[in-house]
Design a protein around this ligand. Structure first.
Ligand SMILES: [Zn+2]
Length: 211
């Protein structure tokens, strides 16, 4: 029997998006509920903390030092940064601010949105470009997740633009996820379901797929 080889990610700095509630993360680590995203066989145990980072939200700057986890599987032993779901990987703004900038794209120019959200206009423009360039993929990804979570779901009809489809798919999927698993802010779901990589152009680590 041949087994399709999974793309193997580097040993360090693989992101795993976890709950924003630190106590819940500790409980998940202790109970072995966090599956290793590298080998998908082992579970993660606690492994110190990652570097301090700053993320900006509408309320100001928040400093956080994410927990690290290490795979208990002998053949893997990969370490992972357990990034809280209010963040997206490699972004210095919280997911909610990024989401607000993306949602207002049709109504508000990037400079104006940036002023309102306290983000440099060029940053908003960059986020929107990245989202636009992958909108079709993003729409497909969230529809697959929505259908995996709720098989009875009728897919929303395709619109005139991939960006609109992507926003619609995100809305449908995050509503279903919140109904099934408990409320979580929509853009936190987006981060969780893309391993923090919604806006990553180069996905060396593939987005998690529904099974
Ligand atoms: Zn592993």
């Amino acid at each position: 029997m041949t087994v399709a080889r999974e793309p193997v990610t580097p040993l360090e700095d693989v992101m795993l998006i976890v709950s924003g509630d630190r106590a819940a993360v500790e409980a998940d680590l202790a109970a072995g509920r966090l599956l290793c995203p590298r080998c998908r066989v082992g579970v993660l145990g606690g492994w110190g903390c990652s570097r301090l980072r700053e993320v900006r939200s509408g309320l100001g700057v928040r400093r956080l030092r994410p927990r690290r986890g290490r795979c208990r599987e002998r053949s893997c032993r990969a370490t992972h940064v357990l990034l809280p779901d209010v963040c997206m990987a490699g972004r210095r703004y919280v997911a909610e601010v990024i989401g607000a900038a993306l949602l207002s794209a049709g109504r508000e120019g990037y400079r104006r949105a940036g002023e309102r959200l306290g983000v440099p206009g060029e940053t908003v423009r960059d986020w929107r470009r990245r989202f636009r360039s992958r909108a079709e993929q993003i729409a497909g990804h969230f529809l697959r997740w929505a259908r995996a979570l709720d098989g009875s779901l009728d897919p929303p009809p395709g619109q005139w633009s991939h960006v609109v489809d992507a926003v619609e798919a995100i809305g449908v999927c995050t509503r279903v996820a919140s109904l099934l698993f408990g409320r979580r802010a929509p853009w936190s779901w987006v981060s969780a379901l893309t391993a923090g990589g919604l806006l990553a152009i180069n996905t060396s680590t593939p987005w998690p797929v529904p099974e």
